[in-house]
Design a protein around this ligand. Structure first.
Ligand code: PBG
Ligand code: ZN
Length: 343
């Protein structure tokens, strides 16, 4: 309310909101075009569980682990001392119940909700991102909410219900102190829904959205689904993730998220889609572009190196250079700890 008693509610256009892309030093670094691997532009994916006092090996991802919230700080400390600037958190449920509306995605017991304030306090300079999705918390393992059509009795993912639920979850992570929300569900309108709920809670200029935009239905997510216990119990994700054969959809998906107000756009996976990174760079020269070098890419390189096929360091750097050459600025990679020693 102002002095004359009117409510002031001027709403800025989605694509005209800039503060969300520059309120943090690491976000500002991402606004500079990045042409070679560097510490500022790496994001390390972290799996956080609802267990207690546990660090679990992940069979599908050699060298990667799941951490209970109480073991997170001690595990991250050495990496932050080596110059790690950013992490992306994934919640994994070992004991909490999963259900149709993913109620534990944003409950007080959710490992990401618990980890964010802890990391904010212990590592005040760290840029904290978190994945926003429902698949790790739904009983069926899909990324959205299902409805049954009463007339045909057909069951389908209800886009409207899904983006409503996703925006509630995103708000909870934002209120817990996350810097960057990264919706990976691929529903239509979720970026706009998240931006709008942030705005209603006056969080627009303090929370960024990095949209998984050109996200393909890929074989390369296999090891992740094992790590996050998020594999669908029936069907696949081909009705919401992009066909690997499509050529127009990736750019339309990127445009969709840009129009809805995304601050950073992502292409995922990386190496099989370098052409998409290049088209995105040409089409969106004004946006930071991130690429996710996904679990299957990591596993493939690790297994090949372990089998003596090639030298690990050289192969990892070659993969990173290919991302930067194609036009990516920010790289999400499980190799981050290893790279901190080499950069
Ligand atoms: C959740 C999500 C997935 C990944 C990131 N967020 C899996 C999926 O969509 O099935 C994949 C990451 C990786 O493979 O490393 N929606
Ligand atoms: Zn998902």
């Amino acid at each position: 309310m102002n002095s004359s008693g009117d409510t002031f509610n001027y709403e800025v256009d989605a694509t005209h909101k800039l503060h969300s892309g520059l309120f943090h030093p690491v976000l500002r670094a991402w606004q500079t075009r990045c042409t070679k691997p560097c510490k500022e532009n790496l994001i390390y994916p972290i799996f956080v569980t609802d267990s207690e006092n546990q660090v679990e090996e992940i069979g599908s991802l050699p060298g990667q682990k799941r951490y209970s919230v109480d073991r997170l700080v001690e595990s991250l400390k050495p990496l932050i001392d080596k110059g790690l600037k950013s992490v992306i958190l994934f919640g994994v449920i070992n004991t909490l119940p999963k259900n149709d509306d993913a109620s534990n995605a944003d409950s007080p017991q959710n490992p990401v909700v618990r980890a964010i304030p802890l990391l904010r306090k212990e590592f005040p300079h760290l840029l904290i991102c978190c994945d926003v999705c429902l698949c790790a918390y739904t009983s069926h393992g899909h990324c959205g909410i299902f409805t049954t059509d009463p007339s045909s009795e057909e069951t389908f993912i209800d886009n409207q219900l899904s983006i409503q639920r996703l925006s509630q979850v995103a708000l909870k992570y934002a209120q817990s102190g996350v810097h960057v929300l990264a919706p990976s569900d691929m529903m239509d309108g979720r970026v706009g829904a998240i931006k709008s709920i942030l705005s209603k809670h006056n969080l627009s200029s303090r929370v960024s959205v990095m949209a998984y935009s050109a996200k393909f239905a890929s074989s390369f997510y296999g090891p992740f689904r094992d790590a996050a216990k998020s594999a669908p119990s029936f069907g696949d994700r081909s009705t919401y993730q992009l066909p690997c054969t499509s050529s127009g959809l990736p750019l339309r998906a990127l445009q969709r998220d840009v129009n809805e107000g995304a601050d950073i756009i992502m292409i995922k996976p990386g190496m099989p889609y370098l052409d998409v990174i290049r088209s995105a760079r040409d089409r969106f020269p004004d946006y930071p572009i991130s690429v996710y070098q996904v679990s299957g890419e990591y596993a493939m390189i690790m297994h090949a190196a372990n089998a003596g096929t090639f030298d690990l360091i050289k192969a990892v750097f070659e993969s990173l250079y290919s991302f930067h050459r194609a036009g990516a600025d920010v790289i999400i990679t499980y190799f981050a700890p290893f790279l901190l020693d080499k950069l």
